[in-house]
Design a protein around this ligand. Structure first.
Ligand SMILES: Cc1cc2nc3c(=O)[nH]c(=O)nc-3n(C[C@H](O)[C@H](O)[C@H](O)COP(=O)(O)O)c2cc1C
Length: 401
C-alpha cells in the first residue's frame, strides 16, 4: 500500500496570515507524497506570498479569483470542491474562519468550501489576542460542532513579538493530520490495534539502566500504517527519540514489568496486537537506591528473569510478534511462533546493515501457523507495517487461540 496521500486530490486554501509562507512548505510536502494539490488563495493571501510560488511547487494552476475567465472555476465554480478528497485551509485567518462559520461564499476559497462534501481541515494562525477573542472562539466552536477538523494553533513566539497561542501548526504535523482524516474510511476502520515499541529500560540505580539498541522505528511505523487505514491505535512505547504518529493513543512505559501491565490493560478489546518492542529478558535483581559507586576492578550484576510479555498477553485477537535474530533466523522464528502462541511472526536478521535496528528499512520473513513463509523484499518499515497488517486483517475473526 502506498502512502495515503498518493493520488489524492487536495485543495489547499491559503489566507492572509503572516504564516502564509509556511503553506509553501506544506504544499511541497503534499506534492512530494504524491498528492495533486490545487491551491486556492484568498485575495489577501497574495499580500504575503505570490501565486507563482505555489504554481512552481504544485505544477498546477493556482486560483485567486473566482471570476478569472481562465480559471476552472469560471466554467464550473464548484469544480475543485467536487473532486477534492479533502480541503485544507492553512493558515486560516480569523476573517476566513468567520466566513466559514457563517457560510459566506464571497471568494474562490469560501465558495469552494461550500460546494464540497469533502472533509474540511483548518489550521488557524493569528495573533494571540485575536485567537482569544470570543468571536473567534465561537466561530471555531461552530466549525468543530459541524465536524470540521481544527488543528492548532500552537503556543510560542508570534510574529507580533507576543508569546501565546496563535502559531500555525508545523507543516510536518499538518501532513500527519491530513493522513489521519483521509484514513478514516480505511480497511481497518472499527478495528482496535495495539502496538508495542522500543527497547525496555531496566533500572540499575537512579542514574543507570540496562537497555538495548531498539530504536522503536518498526513499531512506530506499524502504528502509523494502522492509523492511516482507519484503525483506533494504541502505542505502548518506551522512551525513544521518535514523535508518535498523530492520532494514536500513546501509553508510555519504561521497564518490561511496566510494559506487561500496560499491555494487559490495553489489549482487553483489541483485534490485532503487534509486539515490536525489544523486551529485556533479564533485569537487575535489585535497583539500588543510590548511585553505585566505583569500587573494585570488576563488579557482578545479578539478574532476574523478566516476565515473558509475548507469551503472557493473550486474548481473542490476532497476535503478532517480531523475532530479532542474529543467527538461525527461520528456526528461531518458528520456535517463537509456536512457544508464544503467535499467529504470525515477523523475523528479521538484525545484523544486516540495511535492516533491523535504527534504520528506516527492514527485510523480514513472515511465518504463520500453517508453515507458510513469506519472504518480503527490502521495504521501508512503514511498508513492512502495511504487509503485516494485510496479513493480520485477513486473520481477524478467523484465528485460533
Ligand atoms: C502583516 C499582517 C499580518 C497578518 N497576519 C494575520 C494572521 O496571522 N492571522 C489573521 O487572522 N489575520 C492576519 N492579518 C489580518 C488579515 O490579513 C486580514 O484580516 C484579512 O482581511 C484576511 O483576509 P482573508 O481571510 O480573506 O485572507 C494580518 C495582517 C497584516 C497586515
Amino acid at each position: 500500500m502506498p502512502n495515503p496521500l498518493h493520488g489524492k486530490n487536495i485543495v489547499l486554501g491559503v489566507t492572509g496570515s503572516i504564516a502564509a509562507y509556511k503553506a509553501a512548505d506544506l504544499a511541497s510536502k503534499l506534492v512530494q507524497a504524491g498528492a495533486r494539490v490545487d491551491v486556492v488563495m484568498s485575495e489577501n493571501a497574495a499580500h504575503f506570498i505570490t501565486p507563482m510560488t505555489f504554481h512552481a511547487l504544485t505544477h498546477r494552476p493556482v486560483t485567486t479569483d473566482l471570476f478569472d475567465p481562465h480559471s476552472e472555476l469560471a466554467i464550473d465554480h464548484v469544480a475543485l470542491g467536487m473532486r477534492a478528497d479533502i480541503i485544507v485551509i492553512a493558515p486560516a485567518t480569523a476573517n476566513t474562519l468567520a466566513k466559514l462559520a457563517a457560510g459566506v461564499a464571497d471568494d474562490a476559497l469560501t465558495t469552494t468550501v461550500l460546494g464540497t462534501v469533502a472533509p474540511l481541515l483548518v489550521a488557524p494562525a493569528m495573533d494571540a489576542h485575536m485567537y482569544d477573542h470570543p468571536a473567534v472562539q465561537d466561530n471555531l466552536a461552530r466549525l468543530r460542532n459541524r465536524g470540521v477538523t481544527i488543528v492548532g494553533p500552537e503556543g510560542g513566539r508570534l510574529a507580533s513579538g507576543l508569546m501565546g497561542m496563535g502559531r500555525l501548526t508545523d507543516p510536518e504535523v499538518l501532513v500527519e493530520h491530513i493522513k489521519l482524516v483521509l484514513g478514516r474510511h480505511g480497511d481497518l476502520l472499527g478495528k482496535k490495534v495495539v502496538v508495542s515499541a522500543g527497547g525496555t529500560q531496566e533500572p540499575l540505580d537512579p542514574v543507570r539502566i540496562l537497555t538495548n539498541h531498539s530504536s522503536g522505528k518498526q513499531g512506530y511505523a506499524v502504528a502509523e500504517a494502522a492509523r492511516d487505514r482507519g484503525a483506533a491505535v494504541t502505542l505502548v512505547t518506551t522512551p525513544v527519540s521518535l514523535r508518535p504518529p498523530v492520532g494514536v493513543r500513546v501509553v508510555r512505559v519504561k521497564s518490561a514489568r511496566d510494559m506487561l501491565e500496560a499491555m494487559l490493560d490495553v489489549t482487553n478489546q483489541a483485534d490485532i496486537v503487534v509486539m515490536a518492542a525489544a523486551v529485556a529478558d533479564y533485569r537487575p535483581v535489585a535497583e539500588s537506591d543510590h548511585k553505585i559507586k566505583k569500587s573494585g576492578e570488576t563488579i557482578s550484576l545479578e539478574l532476574a528473569k523478566n516476565p515473558d510479555i509475548i507469551a503472557t498477553v493473550n486474548g481473542p485477537f490476532v497476535k503478532i510478534g517480531f523475532a530479532a535474530e542474529t543467527e538461525d533466523l527461520l528456526v528461531n522464528a518458528e520456535t517463537k511462533l509456536r512457544s508464544k502462541g503467535l499467529h504470525l511472526v515477523a523475523a528479521n536478521d538484525v545484523t544486516a546493515t540495511d535492516a533491523g535496528f535504527g534504520v528506516d528499512t527492514n527485510r523480514v520473513l513472515l511465518l504463520d501457523r500453517d508453515g507458510k513463509v513469506e519472504e518480503l523484499p527490502l521495504l521501508t518499515k512503514y511498508e513492512v507495517g502495511h504487509r503485516i497488517l494485510d496479513r493480520a486483517l485477513a486473520m481477524v475473526g478467523k484465528q485460533r487461540a
